[in-house]
Design a protein around this ligand. Structure first.
Ligand code: NAP
Length: 256
């Protein structure tokens, strides 16, 4: 019940999928949640779900690609909740699924703006608040696609590899400030993002799901709470000696 009691947690992309799970589970374990997203209706619903069960949460509209917005929203959260303990850099998009030689500059830039620059902006503007508080935990959602490759979504692979190493650099830079930085590497998790990939796949949703079974040695894809609980662990004091690490939650996908 109280694994992160009293901590103030910001979750980017908190309205759906893995972000929504992180918001709900962190709140269930006693944290105050800043739910941030582009989707106001869905984000406000997450807040309602949390407050209905006695938790504390508030919604902020936040596009992580806009530095001025990130700076302002984080200052508002600091003012509203008094501190920032945890940042979950979760907002991310899959981008186009084309071979490298067909990808346009605009397609490349629009993906990296969210998945890489968004993580940079949010980390940059959370750090001063965490330094002032003399502690913090930053949790960057990378992917199995940031560890191993597959012949698809090239900009996504590049972005998640970047997030993996940004995590380690920031872990070293801010260890002396007692700010821990770790990455999480989910296998396929059934969320609106993956549902969209399934809908767009040439063989259709059923064939896509069947393929996911064979990709994960445990025989199925994951669900958002499988990742949400990993995020709770990294946010909590249970992980106080963990920084610069990769938490792989993938049903065995990368074990082969
Ligand atoms: P999701 O279901 O699409 O949820 C992501 C949320 O982020 C959505 O609400 C989305 O809004 C929001 N978002 C998109 N662009 C944003 C921006 N510029 N600023 C703020 N919010 C933005 O995705 P998910 O599957 O939960 O993925 C969450 C994270 O896990 C991502 O970083 C993803 O790469 C990573 N991941 C997912 C899987 C998986 O299998 N699901 C596996 C490995 C890693 P819109 O719907 O409007 O875009």
């Amino acid at each position: 019940m109280n694994r992160v009691k009293g901590k103030v947690c910001i979750v980017t992309g908190g309205a759906l999928g893995i972000g929504r799970s992180a918001c709900r589970l962190l709140a269930q374990e006693g944290a105050k949640i800043a739910v941030t997203d582009l989707l106001e209706k869905e984000g406000s619903k997450v807040v309602e779900e949390i407050t209905a069960t006695g938790g504390t949460a508030q919604y902020w509209h936040l596009d992580v690609t806009k530095e001025s917005e990130v700076k302002k929203v984080f200052a508002d959260i600091q003012q509203q909740f008094g501190k920032i303990d945890v940042l979950v850099n979760n907002a991310g998009i899959a981008g186009v699924n084309k071979p490298t030689h067909e990808i346009t500059e605009q397609e490349w830039d629009s993906l990296t703006a969210v998945n890489v620059k968004g993580v940079f902006f949010c980390t940059k503007h959370a750090i001063p608040h965490m330094k002032a508080n003399r502690k913090g935990s930053i949790i960057n959602i990378s992917s199995i696609y940031g560890i191993i490759s597959a012949p698809d979504v090239p900009p996504y692979h590049a972005s998640k590899g970047a997030v993996r190493l940004m995590t380690k650099t920031d872990a070293l830079l801010y260890a002396a400030d007692n700010i821990r930085v770790n990455s999480v590497h989910p296998g396929y998790i059934w969320t609106p993002l993956v549902e969209k990939l399934a809908n767009e796949s040439p063989g259709g949703v059923a064939a896509f799901r069947e393929q996911l079974k064979s990709l994960h040695p445990l025989g199925h894809e994951g669900e958002p709470d499988d990742i949400g609980w990993g995020i709770v662990y990294l946010a909590s004091e249970e992980a106080k000696f963990m920084t610069g690490s990769e938490l792989v939650i993938d049903g065995g996908y990368t074990a082969r």
